[in-house]
Design a protein around this ligand. Structure first.
Ligand SMILES: [Fe+2]
Ligand SMILES: [Fe+2]
Length: 290
């Protein structure tokens, strides 16, 4: 028998999660501002000694194979690019959530981070390859955070996975989202959205977290971005990298074609890019974290 999560309970769960650092928050705000430039990113990182050290460590890690060490922060950031810097900042602050073993989804240790990183890369590629006006860095960051709600509710779903899959098979549940809602009274997008409010995440990112499985419900202003991450999420799962039992157990909204203008061959191509890029990014993150 599962326990229901009440609105008070979700706030209690969220209060046990560390807040984002001031620098991570400022970086997220900058990424969502269409007029920002790289100097703004550099100036935020400069104010945070730990983050500065991490950025320099990542750029000089074996994953990038640089011959000469980069010692200037400006050069490090322009070499890594904004999204990676923001990724490092979020990854550090939310490590407790990203590293959580998703027992409720029977996910392996690190499954959430791996899936989120692949979704981030895929979302960035969707935006880039469809010649969208959306900032690819924003798509990446939103992809990285889209499933954060799973870390909040996973413990409450323990022991339910095989039953849920059976019920989806028998059409008793329409998908995994409906199962979460029915069993514990909260699905992971809604739980994630509650965290987004507490963390004061920028609106487009909060919207992605809330509607990444139901993009048609997102507000018109952010719908294109939400569809891009919806597709990115599905590409990550199609590539065999979900977070556990729930992989591919959600609906794909095929209306994405109205918002994302991709050539029919693009999906296969994006999967290839995701595989290549993932190896490099994963290595740089983990080497720098040691
Ligand atoms: Fe999700
Ligand atoms: Fe996902």
């Amino acid at each position: 028998m599962t326990e229901k999560i009440t609105p008070e309970e979700i706030q209690k769960i969220i209060s046990s999660v560390p807040l984002l650092s001031a620098s991570a928050n400022q970086l997220l705000q900058a990424t969502t501002d269409p007029d920002h430039d790289l100097m703004q990113i550099v100036n935020v990182v400069k104010t945070d000694a730990t983050l500065t050290a991490r950025v320099l460590k990542v750029v000089n890690s074996a994953a990038f194979g640089l011959i000469n060490e980069i010692t200037s922060l400006d050069r490090a950031i322009s070499y890594l690019g904004e999204r990676l810097v923001v990724g490092i900042a979020i990854g550090d602050c939310a490590a407790q959530l990203f590293d959580k073993e998703l027992k409720g989804y029977e996910g392996e240790h690190g499954a959430l981070w791996r899936h989120d990183l692949r979704t981030a890369i895929a979302s960035r590629e969707v935006v880039t390859q469809s010649n969208s006006t959306i900032n690819p860095d924003l798509a990446f960051t939103a992809g990285l955070l889209h499933d954060i709600g799973k870390a909040l509710i996973s413990d409450y779903l323990q022991g339910t996975a095989s039953d849920v899959l059976q019920k989806i098979e028998n059409n008793e549940f329409s998908d995994y989202l409906a199962a979460e809602e029915e069993l514990i009274g909260f699905d992971h997008p809604r739980a994630g959205y509650e965290l987004a409010l507490v963390w004061k995440l920028p609106e487009p990112i909060a919207e992605v977290i809330r509607f990444h499985h139901t993009p048609a419900e997102a507000s018109e202003e952010f719908r294109e971005l939400v569809y891009a991450v919806h597709l990115g999420d599905n590409i990550a799962m199609m590539g065999g990298c979900g977070t556990g039992a729930d992989s591919m157990q959600y609906m794909l909204d095929t209306n994405y074609t109205q918002y994302v203008d991709l050539h029919p061959n693009a999906l296969a191509n994006i999967m290839l890019v995701v595989n290549e890029d993932y190896e490099k990014l994963e290595r740089s993150f983990s080497e720098a974290g040691e």
